[in-house]
Design a binder for this molecule. Sequence first.
Ligand SMILES: Nc1nc2c(c(=O)[nH]1)N[C@H]1C(S)=C(S)[C@@H](COP(=O)(O)O)O[C@H]1N2
Ligand SMILES: [Mo]
Length: 319
Amino acid sequence: MSDALGPAIPASQITPEAVYRSRRELIGAGLASPLLALAGCTEAKAPAAPSLPKDSPDGFRTADVQTRFADASSYNNFYEFGTGKADPAKTAHTLRTKPWVVVIGGEAEITGGFHLENLLKEQTIEDRIYRLRCVEGWSMVIPWQGIPLAALLKRFKPTSKAKYVAFTTLADYEQMPGMAYNSIDWPYREGLRIDEAMHPLSLLATGMYGRPLPNQNGAPLRLVVPWKYGFKSIKSIVRIDFTEKMPQTSWNRLQPEEYGFFANVNPAVDHPRWSQATERRIAGTESKLFAKRIPTLPFNGYGKQVAHLYKGMDLRRWY
Ligand SMILES: Nc1nc2c(c(=O)[nH]1)N[C@H]1C(S)=C(S)[C@@H](COP(=O)(O)O)O[C@H]1N2
Ligand SMILES: [Mo]
């Protein structure tokens, strides 16, 4: 399988798991210490304030506590393999990820079917540590390996008519047992506006935690768009089309009042059936059953990098 993933990931790029405490925990600790001093704890000198680990300014690496590989690969949404969060890890072994062909179509000078290994050839596999916030209310912090989406898209020379990029997942009843339930109008489809697709944070992932992507996480090629709800991060991609019109997307088609095209993480806009103000952060060594609730940040904390893309747009209307 590693052949289909292109060049092997150098060991030097592999990130150790769960090395930092979350920024939010540290903020909480900072508030508590002056109170302790007042309470007469003069014996023990307050330790020098630790230098807080910070997210990299480009957003490529968050310093938040990482999710364990075991959690990130066993609590998934991948409806082609069942609607339960534990289903994909149990059933996705039937997905054949090699050979894997991706069809590039639409408004571009170069189109056609391409073997994944050729698409990845001459591309540098980069390391990113991103938060991913599911619309259902949980979030994870995952080290991904992949190529910037922009680097791949530019190779096909999109024309001036390419205003959007549409993505399609494999749809094969034989390999994907969850398709039989018809929970979604298959194939699973997602889309981005071209400027969102070209943003440096948009990643086409081929691996996570320094290993090839597990099938349940969208092998061999999946999108990761960290400032949007998780459903935009489409898995097991077999088609990428440049389009002039806003493409149809699966969740938006199913429930347009609940899932918009943009789906930017926004604590101020509730889902019609629940609040989006907080999230259950599955990270570190605690069982995911006890995952802490933390406030959800606008654009999932990536506002500094992406808010300019939406200047002048009413984000309540364009949810
Ligand atoms: N093809 C496909 N892609 C998909 C989904 C799906 O059901 N089918 N679920 C989405 C949702 S809702 C989420 S939250 C993320 C979960 O990604 P993860 O399992 O790697 O955390 O995948 C997204 N990509
Ligand atoms: Mo999700």
